[in-house]
Design a binder for this molecule. Structure first.
Ligand SMILES: *[C@@H]1O[C@H](CO)[C@@H](O)[C@H](O)[C@H]1NC(C)=O
Ligand SMILES: CC(=O)N[C@H]1CO[C@H](CO)[C@@H](O)[C@@H]1O
Length: 452
């Protein structure tokens, strides 16, 4: 943090020494970045995270993304003890049914701005119109750092006001994604907290802040995906030292998240990888046992609805025929995986239902290996979010990953470079994980299936 702030300060006082200006969508700052820190006319250098600032179209006076508080050093006071707002104290009552029923999914106006800016940058008018229509398709807001909780507060207040003015109850979709030593088996999405440096306490503080925000708006329903990849890594990747070291912290942290979020009525789906990961027959039983144990340890709250699959991945819910790369796995798509996992969960004591990410699953059979996950070439937006899922085990088809945000950088000198992002089926050059990837967004639009 200190060195980043120092470099930023240095860059700010030495603009004359920086040659050239970065192009729209290019990197313009971040830890270790040595290129130009100002942008060409028409775009503004905007900090995305400590690793990445990007030239976003627009002028300084028209922000294209939600206001985020500048990341600061870790808060030293847990907000739960000092500044938790005194919200309503009644215990929320869970609905027995599908959490989406009777609610309208809140669409962030900030996303609309981001998509509008992206659409404007497209010269082909037909493609631009299709791109603009993506703003009306709800995805999830990733709370991938403490600073993003500012967005959550904005959205909750906005959704609450909208619910009151329109008479249509609003539902907000979030991803809880800030575990210490996050992404233990890969590198592209390493997070802000480390176990060695007070990570568990920092994480609990992060959860406390989410809980305090949600508690203030009991009229807004919140649905959360809990910690993509984390528990799945504990099923299959304990041979990776970082995952083995993280195991007990992950379990304690996820337990804390589940219990606290249940206490304010957040409907939760724990991330369960995808068919090509936990769907292999040898992984199904250990996975079911782990998820059932975590559910039980968290008190079997009815707000812990079940599991989320295929988050940020590319698998079809129901493939026309098995992709050759799935050979050997009878669960070659998400519906086979879910149908195989659900009974195992049930017999382990977890009556789980599912949500399935189809945001980037429109095209199939374009990966070289099933394990490839980074900015896959030829992917298109997939089936639109719907509760009309064709399976009583699936509460909703969703778009969890915001299509257009990068999975990871292809720059091999970045501290978060993962070699998966430079494989031949990965789109390159790619910016840092979570930041806008215009060329990739345009492909998702043009290859959308069903078409936009
Ligand atoms: C790659 O990353 C390094 C370190 O962050 C940076 O200095 C360099 O400019 C980047 N290269 C490109 C092509 O973006
Ligand atoms: C609810 C919502 O619209 N969430 C996100 C969708 O994706 C964009 C980026 O592509 C985010 O900025 C939104 O917050």
């Amino acid at each position: 943090m200190k060195s980043a702030a120092f470099l930023a300060a240095l860059a700010a006082i030495l603009p004359a020494y920086v040659a050239g200006q970065a192009q729209t969508w290019a990197q313009c700052g971040g830890i270790g970045f040595t290129g130009p820190t100002t942008c060409v006319a028409g775009s503004v250098c905007t900090k995305q995270n400590d690793y990445y600032s990007q030239c976003i179209p627009g002028s300084a006076t028209t922000p294209t993304s939600a206001p985020t508080s500048a990341p600061t050093s870790q808060p030293s006071q847990p907000s739960s003890t000092s500044s938790a707002p005194s919200g309503p104290s009644s215990t929320p009552t869970p609905s027995a049914n599908n959490p989406w029923t009777g609610y309208q999914i809140y669409l962030s106006p900030y996303y609309a701005n981001e998509v509008a800016a992206a659409a404007k940058a497209i010269t082909d008018p037909t493609l631009a119109a299709k791109a603009a229509s993506v703003a009306n398709i709800p995805n999830f807001t990733w709370l991938d750092s403490v600073s993003k909780i500012a967005d959550l507060k904005t959205y909750l207040a906005d959704a609450s006001a909208l619910g009151k003015s329109s008479g249509q109850k609003q539902l907000l979709q979030i991803v809880v994604y800030d575990l210490p030593d996050r992404d233990c088996a890969a590198k592209a999405s390493n997070g802000e907290f480390s176990i060695a440096d007070n990570g568990l306490a920092n994480y609990q503080n992060y959860i406390d802040q989410i809980v305090a925000a949600v508690k203030q708006f009991p009229d807004v329903r919140v649905v959360a995906v809990i910690e993509p990849d984390s528990l799945a890594n504990l099923v299959t990747n304990l041979n990776v030292q970082k995952c083995a070291n993280a195991k007990s912290t992950y379990l304690t942290a996820v337990n804390y998240a589940l219990k606290q979020l249940s206490s304010v009525g957040v409907y939760q789906y724990m991330d369960a990888g995808h068919a090509g990961w936990l769907g292999w027959p040898a992984n199904l039983t250990p996975a079911a046992q782990l998820f059932a144990q975590v559910y039980s340890d968290a008190g079997k709250s009815p707000f812990i609805k079940g599991l989320a699959t295929n988050v940020a991945n590319y698998n079809a819910l129901s493939a026309a025929s098995p992709d050759p790369i799935t050979q050997g796995d009878p669960n070659y798509d998400e519906i086979h995986y879910i149908n195989a996992l659900a009974p195992a969960l049930q017999s382990a004591g977890f009556p789980a239902t599912f949500i399935v990410d189809q945001g980037r699953s429109g095209q199939q059979n374009h990966r070289q290996q099933w394990g490839d996950w980074c900015n896959i070439k030829g992917a298109g937006f997939g089936t639109r979010p719907t509760t009309n899922t064709g399976s009583s085990l699936i509460d909703s088809i969703v778009w969890v990953k915001p299509g257009g945000e990068s999975d990871g950088t292809s720059n091999s000198s970045s501290p978060r470079f993962d070699s998966t992002c430079s494989l031949s089926d990965a789109t390159q050059p790619a910016p840092e994980a979570g930041t806008w990837f215009q060329a990739y967004f345009e492909t998702l639009v043009s290859k959308a299936n069903p078409p936009l």
